[in-house]
Ligand binder design. Structure first.
Ligand SMILES: O=C(O)CCC(=O)C(=O)O
Ligand SMILES: [Fe+2]
Length: 397
């Protein structure tokens, strides 16, 4: 393993739930901003930002496209076919709506590349968007990018990779005019998205602004436009993201994304000590929703367990999953703190001592919030497990 870079912050002081509404979305050259600054000014304040020149050394940035300064489409289809097998890939049809997303199908990767190659600017017909593709999981040996240090404190993918479960690390490949409908990310997680080629136009709303777009039933629109946002006096940002730029999308920021040129991007969803309380609150709200929906079955046996099953289906995660993640991260950080062993992220970063303390303090805080739900946690047989973590933290400090 190559030598590890330290992921460290100046103090372990946690700041919870601060929000910031910036004048504009700022841009920094990745090499001009430290991890500490990014952590304090953007992760902790849940503020969107763009980092430029972040992908120059990535294999996909250098090899998937030819950069000969011309404006023509430059994706190296034969390179991609040589490097990646003709696997089945998830594809959305941007002309067809299915509930609040685009209709999804599967197709073979090479067929998708042929479709891409044959899509001239004048092409009409279906707009196919290869999205949410777990290419890292498909080809673990193929290191086509490196997670930037700014996004490396990631409890979600840390847990999933440690347990050999499904990750939240994706590749997106879309021709011009493909798009992703108006949404906030899964579990209210952070996301980062880095463009390898092309250009994306983002409409981004700080948390709470989406309420102005709700209909009487509380439903949000599938598609938004600047005209609509202006007419409802919604605060929003328009961001144009070009190749080599990463956008940090904070927790709970609704967004809509248009590929205004043929585009390829890499993105992760994640959470860490900076937004874990938001993840918990959104899980709690989602449970409330489930309970409301099946309130009339409350007297049935195993009602609470049943709600957890439904929560998993609607929200992608339930109390069992969240408890597993929190206790896993808790035990790893405590072991590292006590035994002075390393916590390594993405094979490249070693957590610094202050960062470990910060993580533990964030866990302590989230455990306190969770333990308030004692009755329910006891019914789900999660209470003692969480209480044990709290005890271990208190015994350590
Ligand atoms: O690039 C896209 O089409 C959507 C990306 C997105 O929604 C995200 O990164 O959160
Ligand atoms: Fe998103």
């Amino acid at each position: 393993m190559a030598s590890l870079e330290e992921l460290e912050i100046d103090t372990a002081e946690p700041i919870f739930d601060s929000v910031s509404i910036p004048q504009e979305i700022k841009r920094f050259r990745a090499k001009d901003i430290s991890y500490e600054k990014f952590f304090r000014y953007f992760l902790q304040t849940n503020t969107a930002v763009i980092l430029t020149s972040i992908a120059n050394t990535w294999e996909c940035y250098q090899q998937w496209v030819t950069r000969d300064c011309t404006e023509v489409d430059n994706v190296d289809v034969s390179y991609l076919k040589a490097r990646i097998d003709n696997v089945s890939v998830p594809v959305a049809d941007c002309g067809k709506q299915h509930y609040n997303a685009h209709e999804k199908t599967e197709m073979n990767f090479f067929d998708f590349l042929d479709y891409w190659k044959n899509c001239g600017p004048e092409r009409t017909g279906s707009k196919l968007y290869l999205k949410d593709w777990h290419l890292c999981r498909e080809l673990p040996e193929y290191k086509f990018y490196q997670t930037p240090i700014f996004f490396a404190s990631d409890w979600l993918n840390e847990f999933l990779i440690d347990r050999n479960l499904d990750d939240y690390m994706f590749v997106y490949i879309g021709i011009k005019d493909t798009w992703t409908s108006f949404h906030a990310d899964v579990f209210s997680s952070f996301s980062w998205s880095t463009n390898i080629t092309g250009e994306k136009k983002w409409l981004l709303l700080p948390p709470g602004e989406e309420v102005k777009l709700m209909d009487v039933l509380g439903n949000l629109p599938f598609e938004i436009s600047e005209e609509l946002l202006d007419s409802k006096e919604v605060l929003y940002y328009t961001v144009y993201q070009t190749a080599g730029e990463a956008l940090f999308v904070p927790s709970g920021w609704y967004h809509q994304v248009h590929n205004i040129k043929n585009s390829i991007s890499v993105n992760h969803n994640w959470f860490n000590g900076c937004n874990v309380t938001k993840i918990w609150r959104s899980l709690d709200r989602a449970l409330e929703q489930v309970v409301k929906e099946i309130e009339d079955c409350r007297s049935m046996e195993n009602f609470d367990e049943h709600c957890q099953l439904m929560l998993k289906a609607s929200h992608g995660m339930n109390y069992y999953d969240f408890t597993e993640i929190i206790t896993h991260v808790c035990m790893k950080r405590l072991c590292a703190y006590v035994n002075e062993t390393e916590v390594v992220h993405f094979d490249r970063f070693r957590l610094g001592k202050n960062h470990i303390r910060f993580d533990i303090e964030s866990i302590q805080n989230i455990l306190n919030l969770m333990l308030v739900r004692r009755n329910l946690l006891e019914k789900l047989q999660l209470f003692s497990k969480l209480e044990k973590c709290t005890k271990l933290i208190n015994d350590t400090f």
